[in-house]
Structures are given as structure tokens and as C-alpha cells.
Design a protein around this ligand. Structure first.
Ligand code: CMX
Length: 464
């Protein structure tokens, strides 16, 4: 872990300068300048690892890894976060409560901003409030959508799933890719990361406008979309454009949601897909569009939509009198029907997901959420489901994952169109995916190319 918590600049230089199209404090280093400082030692570390430990064995490859979706294989470099099966996620060594304590919030808010999480993921350092604000300003400057993308989104049928629209919109942004243009001109490898960073910042900046336009087009096409407010952070503007800007609690929830979902180490399907595609030197837009397609699977990000759908069906069947016994009965009905219980289980975690805990804490801190039947049902289900799943005996982790809780607060505050929920996840997961795209280029990581085997070839290998 490498971090730096000092509140560096003494406001001595408060003069506001225009630099690279954004407002900045003269004493405050930009994200790019900070990266220029933190990248060389990491490049040296990688060189050392290669030279001194290139042949050091750190684990075995078992047949069960090969046929079991590569579970547990130590096979990827991912700088921003590490997932412990018991403790959950840490971002550059910081737990979720650490981040909640240390990362700057927006003016008037309590929850960490997406910008401060992005800064932490990218640099390994806790940003000062000035750095976080400066990044906010920079993203606002970059946030406008090209007109052809707006027209393209407006032309899509409302019946096309919001995740398909998001992935198509992100892919279309590659029209203006700085990396692709520079590559075509001919650039040297050490310069790759700066063009990649340029695209990545543009992508993160444009995602709220893109995602909000999809929401408004599909569900509220009669009303216009709020213009960008230059005094707001990324999520403040996202909430505004969605139409929830007047609801401070909803905006705060979105901030927490987006920061928490930002990264979950590298092996999860969306992060890994973006990384794999990026390793071909496809630009960040194409890489992340691919990652979004992985996120749209019901075993991964689409689970937050599925949780609400499943819960509504349960509520309809059970009626108003909800007890542990009738929740238990519905869980068994789901399992006996051969379906998974959405929001439960995990490929790595073996304890309740600390992101689930943090989101539920948010719900517990507000009386209106505590009184919500939807949230009460989430809590009651979490009290019953682990024992049922243990008795069922298949799931390695019978506890709730983040998706068990993520949608219910949105639902309570009026974002009831649950087919849209994974789009919010997609706005968030970009933070981790783009971080890795920048670092993969800064470290000169090669194209990914694991070895595959047929079953016959595997049996031959076993015999030998
Ligand atoms: N309900 C019912 N059965 C489940 C289950 C659940 N919630 N979770 C796992 N199982 C089953 C698996 O389907 C598997 O069954 P088979 O042996 O018949 O194939 C068995 O238990 C063993 O699976 P596992 O090793 O515990 O879990 P995996 O690593 O294979 O899968 C996950 C992990 C998340 C896909 C799985 O737990 C699941 O399907 N959960 C429900 C969907 C969900 O909530 N996904 C969101 C995860 C978080 C995220 O990525 O966003």
C-alpha cells in the first residue's frame, strides 16, 4: 500500500488558474501530475519482480481450476484493490470504513465522492479535498456528450435493455478516442498511458450524461434533462440529470453506491473483461463497453435488478403478512425450482459482503428507509436466507452480496425501474476498470493469452 493523507496545500496559493481546460489551485497537483510521480517507482518494482522472481512459484494449477472458471487461480496483476474472502474488499489497503472516514465528500454531503475514490484507486493516495474538487472540476469540463451520440441514444427503441444501450453508447464514444488517434499517428510505448488516461477521464466524465440520457429516454421522455451544474460533483450531476437532484438523501446514497461498487479486484467478470480487451490495445471505450456486457449477466451485475424482481414476486405471493417462515418457504420454492437466489453467494467472498453491510447501515441511519417495507424485506430475507442456503448445501457462500441491498434504497426513493439498476453499477465500475487500463499501459503489461486445453489434452497431461 502506498498512501498519503496529509492535507498538503496551505491554501496559500488560492489563485485559480486554467490548466488543461480545468480550474485548479496552483499548489494542487492534478491527477496526471500525481500519476507521473507514482508510476516510476511502480515500474521499477515490476522490473525487480520480473528479474528476481520471474520463476518463483506462487501456487499450483489444479484440474479443478481449469474446469472451474479459473476460481482461485493467481493469474492477474491488478493494482487498485485486493479482495479477502473473509474481510472483503480493500482499496490500496483501505477498508470500506477507512474510506468512509478518510475520503473527501462533496460540500454539504457526508458520503465519499466518486472523484475521491477514483483518485485513491489511480494513485494509491488519499486525495486532499482540493485534489478531489479539482478532479471534479476537470470531469465536469469533459462531461458533455458528442451530439451524434445523443442522437444515436435517442434513436434506440425504449424496449432495448438499458445495459445494451449503455454498452453501445460507450463503444460509440471511441469515435473521439485520443489513444486510438495517437496510435494511428505512431506513438512510443512509454507514452501509451497518457493517451489512455485522457480517454479514461473522458469516459468517466461522460458516463453520467450517457447513463442519465438512457434513463430519461426510456422512462421519462416527456421531460428534459437537467443541464450540467459546474458546482456539483460527478454524482451530484448524475442524480440531477436522472431527475433526483432535489432528493439529498438519494444523491448521498448514489455517492456511496458508486464509490463502493468502483472496484472489486481484477478477476470479476466485468473488470477482467475490460482488462482483457484493453490488453489488445483496444481503446478504453471499446474495452469498457466489453466489460459492461459482462456486467449485464444475471450472475454478475444484473443480479441487483434480479433481486428486486425476485423480491417483488415474493411479496406478491406472500401478501402483507411477512414472516420468517413464509420467506423461508419462498426461498425453498426458488431453490427447488432450480433457480439461484439472487443477491446471495459469491465467487470469492465467504462472509457477508461488507458493501452489503455499508449499504444497509445507510438504510438504518434514516428513519424513512427503516420504515420502508421493501428494505424491511431485504433485512428479513438476510436473516433467513443463509440458513436455508446452508441447508440446501450447494452454495459455498450462503451470505448476502452487495446486490442483495443495492436496489432497495433506489426503489424506496422512487427509482423503481429496476431494469435500470445495473446501469448505475456500470457508471461505478468504470472507476476500477479505467484505473487498471491506465496502469496496464503504464506498466507495459502484455496482451493476455492464457493456455487452454481440450479434455483429451488434459487427460494426456495428467497421464504424463
Ligand atoms: N442460490 C442458489 N444456488 C447458488 C447460489 C445462490 N445464491 N450461489 C451459488 N449457488 C450454487 C451454484 O449455482 C453452484 O451450483 P452447481 O454446482 O449446480 O453449478 C453451487 O452453488 C456452487 O457455487 P459457488 O461455488 O458457491 O458459487 P460460484 O462461484 O460458482 O458463483 C455466484 C458465484 C455469485 C455466481 C453465485 O453465488 C450466484 O449465482 N449467486 C446469485 C447471483 C448473484 O447474486 N450474483 C451477484 C454476485 C455479485 C456480483 O458479481 O455482482
Amino acid at each position: 500500500m502506498f498512501r498519503h493523507v496529509s492535507l498538503q496545500s496551505s491554501f496559500a496559493a488560492r489563485s485559480i488558474a486554467r490548466n488543461a481546460g480545468c480550474r485548479r489551485l496552483a499548489s494542487t497537483k492534478t491527477l496526471k501530475e500525481t500519476l507521473q510521480e507514482v508510476i516510476p517507482p511502480k515500474q521499477e518494482q515490476l522490473k525487480r519482480l520480473k528479474a528476481e522472481h520471474g520463476h518463483t512459484v506462487v501456487g499450483d494449477v489444479k484440474v479443478e481450476n481449469i474446469i472451474g472458471g479459473m476460481r482461485g487461480l493467481k493469474a492477474m496483476l491488478w493494482e487498485a484493490s485486493v479482495l479477502d474472502p473473509i474481510e472483503g474488499i480493500r482499496f490500496h489497503g483501505l477498508s470500506i470504513p477507512d474510506c468512509q472516514k478518510l475520503l473527501p465528500s462533496s460540500p454539504g454531503g457526508k458520503e465519499m465522492t466518486a472523484e475521491s475514490m477514483l483518485w485513491l484507486l489511480m494513485t494509491g493516495k488519499v486525495p486532499t479535498p482540493e485534489q478531489s474538487k479539482q478532479l471534479s472540476d476537470e470531469l465536469v469540463e469533459r462531461g458533455e456528450l458528442p451530439t451524434f451520440v445523443e442522437k444515436f441514444l435517442d434513436s434506440l427503441p425504449k424496449t432495448l435493455h438499458p445495459m445494451s444501450q449503455l454498452s453501445m453508447g460507450v463503444a460509440a464514444l471511441n469515435h473521439d478516442s485520443a489513444f486510438q488517434a495517437a496510435y494511428e499517428r505512431g506513438i512510443k510505448k512509454p507514452d501509451y498511458w497518457t493517451y489512455t488516461l485522457e480517454d479514461c477521464l473522458n469516459l468517466v466524465a461522460k458516463l453520467p450524461a450517457l447513463a442519465a440520457r438512457i434513463y430519461r429516454n426510456i422512462y421519462h421522455s416527456d421531460k428534459s434533462i437537467a443541464p450540467t451544474d459546474r458546482n456539483l460533483d460527478l454524482v451530484g450531476n448524475y442524480s440531477n440529470k436522472l431527475g433526483f437532484g432535489d432528493n439529498q438523501a438519494m444523491t448521498e446514497y448514489l455517492r456511496l453506491y458508486i464509490a463502493l461498487h468502483g472496484d472489486h479486484e481484477g478477476g470479476n467478470a466485468s473488470a477482467h473483461t475490460a482488462h482483457l480487451v484493453g490488453s489488445t490495445l483496444a481503446d478504453p471505450y471499446l474495452s469498457y463497453a466489453a466489460g459492461l456486457n459482462a456486467l449485464a449477466g444475471p450472475l454478475h451485475g444484473l443480479a441487483n435488478q434480479e433481486v428486486l424482481r425476485w423480491q417483488m414476486a415474493m411479496q406478491k405471493e406472500i401478501g402483507d403478512t411477512i414472516t420468517h417462515d413464509n420467506i423461508k418457504e419462498y426461498l425453498w420454492k426458488t431453490l427447488k425450482g432450480g433457480q439461484v437466489v439472487p443477491g446471495y453467494g459469491h465467487g470469492v467472498l465467504r462472509n457477508p459482503d461488507p458493501r452489503f453491510v455499508a449499504l444497509l447501515e445507510f438504510a438504518k441511519s434514516r428513519p424513512e428507509l427503516q420504515a420502508s417495507p421493501t428494505i424491511q424485506l431485504v433485512q428479513q430475507t438476510a436473516e433467513v436466507a443463509p440458513d436455508v442456503l446452508k441447508e440446501h448445501g450447494k452454495t459455498k457462500n450462503p451470505y448476502p452480496n452487495v446486490d442483495a441491498a443495492s436496489g432497495c434504497v433506489l426503489y424506496h426513493y422512487g427509482l423503481t425501474e429496476f431494469k435500470y439498476y445495473t446501469v448505475i453499477f456500470g457508471v461505478s465500475r468504470a472507476l476500477g476498470a479505467v484505473t487498471q487500463l491506465v496502469w496496464a499501459r503504464a506498466l507495459g503489461l502484455p496482451i493476455e493469452r492464457p493456455k487452454s486445453y481440450s479434455m483429451d489434452a488434459l487427460e494426456k497431461l495428467i497421464k504424463n
